[in-house]
Design a protein around this ligand. Sequence first.
Ligand code: PHB
Length: 394
Amino acid sequence: MLRRRTVLKGAGAMAASLALPGHGFAQGAGVKIGLILPMTGPFASTGRQIDAAVRLYMQKNGAEVAGRKVEVVLKDDTGTADVTRRLAQELIVNDRVNVIAGFGLTPLAMAVGPLATQAKVPAIVMAAATSSITEASPFIVRSSFTLPQVTVPLAAWGAENGIKKVVTLVTDYGPGIDAEKAFKERFTASGGEVTAELRVPLRNPDFAPFLQRAADAKPDAVFVFVPSGVGAQFMKQFVERGLDKSGIQLIATGDVTDDDILNEMGDVALGTITTHHYSAAHDSTENRAFVEAFRKANDNMRPNFMAVGGYDGMHLIYEALRKTGGGTAGEGLVNAMKGMAWQSPRGPISIDPQTRDIIQNVYVRKVERVDGELYNVEFATIANVKDPVKATKS
Ligand code: PHB
């Protein structure tokens, strides 16, 4: 597999390198994918998971599609939007990538929207999950999920299972605000009450004062969203504040009980009810094979929902290239992705041709101990869920 951790080069060096044989710009040239991920910084777990999944996809499916060699150029944006934008620009202008992909957080995905439109380069959002992201460019296609998509089923579950008063606690940016709004709308429509809406900063969060306020409000449940990687710290403070023993139920999106860190949380996580589109414990032939291969290739690391977003994002790119016969024109690739449907490790999925967003099952899960490890065990399925925000708009 061709794979380079590219060092930034000056324009002159870049021009010279174009002339080198095997660089990939000659006749019958390869297809280049610029993969931009937070490989360092507080959200490095997202980068690590997606990078591993992209490599696994290529290992299983080969580094060639429609007669063209596929090359992934990985760049670390450290989770900073200005860096994402600069890297995307360099990848498009200097490396002449045919597709950009990755985008670990909403502000990073939003930063590349105008560039994708201007350059007519498809941008595959493998992680970020604010509903409005796909509206930032007609060249954006999403393989991850949206927060309203996974939150509405949880609000419905809560209302149907005796929860009447809820405090919401979310990270204060796009996906958290989406989750807060979607939860309240669906929950109050069923007669539930949201008694406080708490927002915790994205950078260096301290949950303690917010958890204290949640405890003081004495709701039946606290509904939580924090981005992937932050759940363990949340859970630690949840215990430190004594909320695990307060009789207040914890309900959350699956971002909180992220498979990457769930085992670290310990028994306090047991019984937590979440809704999400992927669990490493998902019971299917595709998923068992995926988890096993992923563990084998990555020192026994367990794949999380970020990994599956990366894996399916690669499927989108490969299959679109197959459909275009290797053609890399941006509009052709995006059109080929619209309506595409397949069996993912997470279950059946498709790309909504109207919104370029993903349609997928959402599962209700409970944290249980299975063979000595903690897992999100699925016990109910809501099939073929569209992003509810865009579904009501159109
Ligand atoms: C986002 O920034 O859109 C995001 C990041 C991590 C998540 C969910 C959403 O787990």
